[in-house]
Design a protein around this ligand. Structure first.
Ligand code: B3K
Ligand code: ZN
Length: 866
């Protein structure tokens, strides 16, 4: 349907993988840095790749000005070989069969690089981002992860700090040299040059290596690095203790940059971070920021083994490093903080992002088999579902089996560019398990739905499960998967009769029997969310409330409340029903139970989001009405607030945290519950208490939380202005200011708020963080973005078209706000279709955005289907 508008970009397919005919023994690079005219000199020693037939020398290269090329010292006239905008090819018959030295000098323009991929400039410093395919914008090279080589790098520049991968080996006035002994693919290359200051640290590894740690930032930010450094040290220690993995260089550098397309990047020995995920102080960062910084620092550090020492053979195997590293960072956070709270957080994210993706036009397998633009596949499915798949594996083989398999993986594949087949093979060998069926979790897209039937007769209880996965784009057939179902059984009095055990479902329909029971038990199914599936079950009345009160599994206890809230809200929205008393009573009991972790209580009070409810209504065969969803959710929040009102004031006062600030689970949990209760109170007192708390707030969590309450109450203008004045110049905090206004605006005002902010002098739209704050704030406001007149869709389309011309990667990523467009009524669908058609027709649209918009529009051919 979009063939007439979208330019034809060709797909890359897993089935077409061929090894590279050459291997690289050594790379030497010299950078003569200049903002508009940087020279890159490369000397690369190629040798035949054993076992692979000889072939042409195909080098990737984009936007490179060729100064000179040479093979074995003899100049090569570019006019005599094939040079295209994508690279060059030297035919095999012009190459010495036993190897040769390739040399090139090219000129690039870092200052003009607005896509922030390759070598670019951010706030006066030079920095790089090479994953996935940015190195080809630096010099000619086989820019594919299975070509690994040791690098030596010389940087020439007047800037005071010059960094690259590996260990520093020599330096003088205006130059520095670095050597990375560990062979790596080009996507892990990094270079930084700038006027930076270091927050130093040190770590001694288990085998006694002294590692110098540094976090490099602009001088003005130097007092906001301590938390990131502490997090790094904890990560290094944890990886030694839990996975037996030590660090392998003399230095580990982290650099914070303001202009960055994503969160951070694990370049060998030189991690580059979006400054948002490094800089923190109690006054400027929320508890959530502190937790995320700790988690992202850990994630990038853990990549040193899962990603760098063992990398991916090709980009189809991306989940090999990302799913595993997310799984590892989730384990780390669970160990540092509260495991149940972390699990609930992760499942909420999975459902909000990955389930949404898996049920719509962008659904793809954890290991995709084709892509047009690889940057579009750094998705929730590859990352978060990729981590869930590992969690299932671990559950199936047990903790010891998992450890044996991982030890074998590190042993066998260190230095390799590996595949999912390699990964599964180590589990099969270490545990003796056949994983052929399990592999479908990697190859098949879509979220299975699990139906349950129960029967009880004379002491025997039988559970019969059925699994079913709807077709996804390009995959109609969905054979059954292995689903680990963690189950516990409770007695009607609340005692546990069957502690958690894992049922292994492998068939489309399968029954499990439990004998010798004195009474019909209450099942607690999918404890800890043991598989990323949707549980389709209408339990008997009262059962969810019972589990909310009694389940011994904290995840399922939360889940029972969540499912009940979702059900109640769906009937409130669809049928105008009143808030159900058993839900209100259950939430009240949890909220006021001082024996429970405040963070857990805060999570229980968080009602399902509006997007989640839209999906639930859609699943129930109804057309979601965003305004009715918003109003229904508000009615429930208000009813809960009224129910709790006699105690709200006192609870909020009691939860105030005194003494020194600590960004730990304990203090963070108290502040989270306090802010959740404040949001309820604001529905009754119109924000009076929120205004008082805001005026006195000493932490960003409370300052921002109370400001959000004021906005939701339709007030807060003076506080917003004062907040802006106080934090003018602090990018991270001003980003928050841009985010919360459209996000927490009343829906009818949201688009106007976003339009007004887009004209604000501080709206530096070329900066990805600022763009994501404002535009993402609006798209996160469900009823505001889906305004009936289509103004939200038009606003997003205008900005995506504008950004795409400069920064395709971030524009394409933000187009996912449209991925659910076919859920809504005909008017909204029409408005969204028009906005999408306008993007698709934009002159010069990037391959990134063209692919995304093409896939999203394709859902329109089958509006009911997704
Ligand atoms: N590996 C990088 C992501 C690169 C994204 C390229 N579009 C960060 C991470 O996952 O750790
Ligand atoms: Zn990662």
């Amino acid at each position: 349907m979009q063939a007439d508008t979208a330019p034809a970009h060709s797909a890359t397919r897993l089935a077409d993988y061929r090894p590279y005919p050459w291997k690289i023994e050594q790379v030497a690079l010299t950078f003569r840095l200049a903002a508009k005219t940087t020279r890159v000199l490369s000397t690369i020693r190629f040798a035949p790749n054993p076992g692979v037939a000889a072939g042409d020398l195909v080098l990737d290269g984009e936007r490179l000005g060729i100064v000179s090329l040479a093979i074995d010292g003899a100049a090569l006239d570019p006019a005599t070989i094939a040079v295209t905008p994508a690279g060059l090819t030297v035919p095999a018959d012009r190459l010495p069969a036993d190897g040769f030295v390739w040399q090139a000098e090219v000129e690039i323009d870092p200052a003009g690089n607005t896509a922030l991929e390759g070598l670019y400039m951010s706030g006066g410093m030079f920095c790089t981002q090479c994953e996935a395919e940015g190195f080809r914008k630096i010099t000619y090279y086989p820019d594919r992860p299975d070509v690994m080589a040791p690098f030596r790098v010389r940087i020439e520049s007047d800037l005071p700090v010059l960094l690259s991968n590996g260990n520093p080996v020599a330096a003088g006035p205006g130059w520095a040299e670095w050597e990375d002994p560990w062979p790596k693919p080009a996507y892990l290359f990094a270079l930084v040059a700038g006027d930076l200051k270091a927050h130093p640290g040190a770590f001694t590894t288990a085998s006694g290596r002294e590692v110098a740690l540094n976090i490099w930032v602009r001088p003005a930010d130097i007092d906001r690095c301590a938390w990131a450094m502490e997090s790094l040290i904890r990560s290094m220690d944890w990886d030694e203790r839990v996975y037996g993995r030590e660090y392998d260089l003399d230095v580990f550098n982290i650099v914070a940059v303001d202009d960055f397309n994503m969160g951070a990047m694990e370049n060998k020995g030189l991690n580059i971070f979006n400054s948002k995920w490094v800089l923190a102080s109690p006054e400027t960062a929320t508890d959530m920021d502190f937790e995320r910084i700790e988690g992202i620092i850990a994630h990038e550090y853990f990549h040193n083994w899962t990603g760098n020492r063992i990398t991916c053979r090709d980009w189809f195997q991306l989940c090999l490093k990302e799913g595993l590293t997310v799984f590892r960072d989730q384990q780390f956070t669970a160990d540092m903080r509260s495991a149940p709270v972390k699990r609930i957080d992760d499942v909420m994210t999975l459902r909000a992002r990955q389930f949404r993706e898996d049920m719509g036009p962008l659904a793809h397998p954890v290991r995709p088999d084709s892509y047009i633009e690889i940057n579009n596949f750094y998705t929730a499915t590859v990352y978060e579902k990729g981590a869930e798949v590992i969690g299932m594996l671990k559950r199936l083989v047990g903790d010891e089996g998992y450890r044996r398999a991982l030890d074998l993986y590190f042993d066998r594949h260190d230095g390799d560019a590996a595949t999912i087949e390699d990964w599964l093979a180590v589990f099969e060998e270490a545990t003796g398990r056949d994983l052929a069926q399990f592999k479908r979790w990697y190859t098949d897209a879509g979220t299975p739905r699990l139906g349950v039937q129960e029967a009880y007769d004379a002491g025997t209880y039988t559970l019969t499960f059925t699994q079913n996965t709807k077709p996804t784009p390009g995959q109609d057939d969905k054979p059954p998967r292995v689903i680990p179902i963690a189950l516990g059984l409770l007695n009607p009095n609340g005692d546990e009769v069957l502690p958690t055990r894992v049922l292994e479902m492998t068939e489309a329909t399968q029954s499990f029997r439990f004998d010798g029971l004195a009474a019909r038990p209450v099942p607690s199914i999918l404890r800890g969310f043991s598989a990323p599936v949707v549980l389709d079950r209408a339990p008997p009345p009262g059962e969810r409330a019972f589990l909310l009160a009694h389940d011994t599994d904290p995840f399922n206890r939360w889940e029972a409340g969540r499912a009940l809230a979702r059900e109640v809200l769906v009937t409130m929205i669809a049928e105008g029903a009143a808030p159900a008393p058993d839900l209100l009573a259950g939430l009240e009991a949890v909220a006021t139970d001082a024996t429970l972790d405040p963070a857990f209580r805060a999570l229980c009070l968080r009602l399902p989001g509006e997007d989640d409810l839209a999906q639930a209504l859609h699943d129930a065969g109804r057309t979601p009405d965003p305004d009715a969803i918003h109003a229904g959710r508000e009615r429930l929040a208000r009813a809960l607030a009224e129910r709790l009102s006699p105690r709200l004031g006192a609870m909020i006062a009691d939860l105030a945290v005194g003494g020194d600030f600590r960004p730990d689970a304990d203090q963070g949990g108290r502040r989270a519950l306090r802010m959740a209760l404040l949001a309820l109170l604001s529905r009754i007192d119109g924000g009076a208490e929120a205004a008082r708390i805001h005026a006195a707030a000493a932490t960003m969590t409370e300052s921002l939380g109370s400001l959000g309450c004021l906005l939701e109450a339709g007030r807060g203008a003076p506080e917003l202005a004062a907040f802006h004045d106080r934090w003018a110049g602090n990018r991270q905090v001003i980003d928050k200011w841009f985010l919360i206004q459209p996000l927490q605006a009343r829906p009818e005002a949201a688009v106007a708020v976003a339009e007004r902010l887009a004209r604000h002098a501080d709206f530096d739209w070329k900066n990805p963080n600022r763009f994501r704050s404002l535009i993402g704030g609006l798209t996160g406001n469900h009823a505001g973005f889906h305004a009936a007149d289509g103004a939200g869709y038009r606003f997003l389309a205008d900005w995506l078209i504008r950004l795409d011309a400069l920064n395709p990667q971030t524009a394409a990523r933000m187009s996912t706000a449209f991925e659910t467009w076919t859920r809504y009524d005909a008017d909204r669908r029409g408005q969204a279709a028009e906005a999408l058609a306008r993007i698709a027709a934009a002159p010069g649209l990037s391959r990134d955005t063209a692919e995304m918009v093409g896939r999203i529009r394709a859902a329109g051919a089958d509006p009911a289907g997704t």
